[in-house]
Design a protein around this ligand. Structure first.
Ligand code: CP
Ligand code: NVA
Length: 313
């Protein structure tokens, strides 16, 4: 069997993956999901004897549990390291990388600044996976677009409307969605748009793949005719001091029954954690259009596929 094109690679940005590589990960995610759902066990243990170091500068439920459980389910092991032990200024990022590359097989890192994950990836000779930075959340985008792939198959021409903050989750969805030829719309309040550099990159990818990016300050305009309506917290981790002004700025951008009436066929998505009755109502989150808990389950399957391809593909 030939070596995976992903073997030994890093995943720092959602733009690191080509459409073919994303397709490979979707296929493997689907196979792992079917096997796990049927038996809660896998016939093979491709990561036997392998260790993942997980570095967290910020809290997590889904990212931690899905990476740790995913390693266990594939025969490997994960070590959870928090702010006090690493990346907290105790030693340089380069020294952390030089230590870990001699001890474990891969690193997953959730940091504040994006540059920390970039530096880890540059310094460590083993795969480094971005588990969320202020700039991106590529593992989330992978699981989310896998969730759409399960429903729609080929995602070329599928429209996703993101309503809210032009944040890390939006950035990664825009980059990966553009790579797959999707139409990615964003409705955001003035002053809360995405990073221009990401938009430029995503535009180039979209043009090449037949997709598009569009922006509006009218949630209804973004949502009309979309196949997926996505939202995320108005205040991301690290922005807590801005929470009150953000609540005011985003008040018109709540995903509620009135808004999704404009897209009755759309699935409703959220990366979680959700702030019920802020960016999304419970009625919509727990309603028939919601695929939110499928997304969180798919973090497990998509990341297992990623780990298997990076480490044993
Ligand atoms: N969606 C997500 O990354 O969740 P956690 O912050 O709980 O890991
Ligand atoms: N945008 C959110 C995503 C949490 C998974 C944050 O960065 O806090």
């Amino acid at each position: 069997m030939s070596t995976s094109p992903l073997r030994g690679r890093d995943l720092v940005s959602a733009a690191d993956l080509s459409a073919a590589e994303i397709g490979l990960l979707f296929t493997r995610s689907a196979a792992l999901k079917a096997e796990f759902r049927a038996r809660r066990r896998h016939a093979e243990a491709p990561l036997q004897g392998l260790t993942l170091a997980m570095l967290f500068q910020k809290p997590s439920l889904r990212t931690r549990v899905t990476f740790e459980a995913g390693m266990t389910q594939l025969g490997g092991h994960a070590i959870y390291l928090t702010e006090g032990t690493v990346l907290g200024g105790r030693e340089s990022v380069g020294d952390v990388a030089r230590n870990l590359e001699n001890m474990v097989d891969a690193i997953m890192a959730r940091t504040g600044p994006h540059e920390v994950v970039v530096e880890l990836a540059a310094r460590a000779s083993i795969p480094v996976i971005n588990g969320l930075t202020i700039r991106e959340h590529p593992c989330q985008a992978l699981a989310d677009l896998f969730t759409l792939y399960e429903r729609f198959g080929d995602l070329r021409g599928v429209t996703l409307a993101f309503v809210g903050d032009g944040n890390n989750v939006y950035h990664s969805l825009a980059l990966m969605g553009a790579t797959l030829g999707m139409h990615v719309r964003l409705a955001h309040p003035a002053g809360y748009g995405p990073a221009e550099r990401i938009v430029e990159r995503a535009r180039t990818l979209a043009v090449a793949a037949g997709g598009s990016l569009s922006f509006t300050q009218e949630p209804r305009e973004a949502v009309e005719g979309a196949q997926a309506v996505y939202t995320d917290a108005w205040t991301s981790m690290g922005q807590e001091a801005e929470a009150e002004e953000r609540r005011d700025a985003f008040a018109r951008f709540q995903v509620n029954a009135a808004l999704i009436a404009a897209a009755p066929e759309a699935v409703v998505m959220h990366c979680l954690p959700a702030h019920r009755e802020e960016e999304i109502t419970s009625e919509v989150m727990d309603g028939p259009q919601s695929v939110i808990f499928d997304q969180s389950e798919n973090r497990l399957h998509a990341q297992k596929a990623l780990l298997a391809e990076l480490l044993a593909g």
